[in-house]
Design a protein around this ligand. Sequence first.
Ligand code: PMP
Length: 491
Amino acid sequence: MRIPLDRQSEIPVYEQIEKTLRKNILSGNLAPETRLPGTRTLAEELGVSRITVKNAYAWLESDGLIATRAGSGTYVLAQEEIGAVPKLDKTIPWPLWQQQFYREEPPPVGPARPQRDRLQLIQFTGVGDPDQFPLRDFTKSLLAVLRRDGVAALEYGDFNGGHLPLRRTIAHILASQGIQARPENILVTSGSQQALSLICQVLLKAGDVILVEKPTYNFALELFRDLGYIVEGIPIDGNGMRVEDLELLLQQAHPKLIYTIPNFQNPSGVCMSSPRRRQLLALSDRYNIPILEDDFAGDLRYDGRTQPAIKGLDNGGRVIYTGTFSKMLMPGLRMGFLLADGPIFARLVEHKRVHDLATSSLLQRTLDEYVTVGRYQAHLRRSCRVYSKRREAMLAAIGRHLPKEVTVDPPQGGLFIWLRLPEGIPSPELLEAALEEGVEFAPGTRFFPDPAEGERYLRLNFATQPPENIEAGIRRLGKAMKYKGVSSDHW
Ligand code: PMP
């Protein structure tokens, strides 16, 4: 047992031992029924006399924190306050270096809390529906891997890109999407968020400009801000990024990277048209700027024609592609990947290795076992069936319960419906009223480099809730809009 002792201190050693044990018992770190070391053992470990330890134990015993049981040992007793970590002593100021981290404002993004608890909150946020996660099959795969690979599954694994069989499997999946990928060019990452972070850190430094769609994925925006980049936005329309507007910006802003989500964009749900994909690639070539293609949900198509991946059109290492198993399987896997050709690949592998050594070998093996037995495709088909019904349910509910001035562009896949509000109700304000009614959405302000531009938008995730909740949730949203004075003759 590690108990820090200060032998120069005026506080007697027995009291120091007693205080440390007391703190750990009251905070729950030492759980009830934990057996404490015998007095002789602890005295030897700490280099103190046995009587010192006995004194410390006696104080704790007299306060009802521990009990000695004859012939058995000394045990921690259950406390009413167990689990409550003692409050920090506010009279001791934080060290100076901590003070730079003070934040006046709460973090810009964070889960909003419902203000009314009599209603169960219906959340149109998050990723997929946990009820759709393939729990049973995945458990079987996990056990199969442990039985098959034994301790090899518990090593760090391959530092040079990840578990090779999984990279082969990913290459097969990509081939079915028209992307010719060699396993040697695939790096398995801890979610595609890590892939975004690695790519940016290798290509950009603080103060560099990154181009993004406007709106774009909120946690990419947060990442770019955190890394100190200047974020410039290019507007989108029903065909994705307005690539026509791009050239001028490339000339003026000299960006180091173009970040795009061409399929079922987060948050707008739109897909970039094929001509624009080609045009974007041509511009990247002409201006010598890499493209980061984030294909987070490209497989979740419910109708319409598939567009070629920009990476699939690239034959010269201009595009770095990222994908994830978070949306198609489950986000808690933290399993994503990047595909990069050319000398940058080795640099990305090295960057990943020095920053987090490796992505869980056990989970990589399990994912590979799960995917190769063909369940992945079946699971994907099932998810598409379920989610497309939910999309229909949400569009119908919007038609029934929201004012006619609210406009949406029905997405052909993915997870999101992007809603444009009539003038006059900023979406963060509407969120407050919506939470009161028991429904949560993501306000548009989170998705723009300049948050004010997002005030008239909100994002609804239709995939997370079953149809009956979708109906109830959109009805609640309608009520919140009414309350916020979205007056309309068209209700
Ligand atoms: N890209 C987009 C567009 C996303 O929406 C997300 C997660 N919501 C990610 C990347 C990162 O996902 P993950 O790290 O779970 O793979």
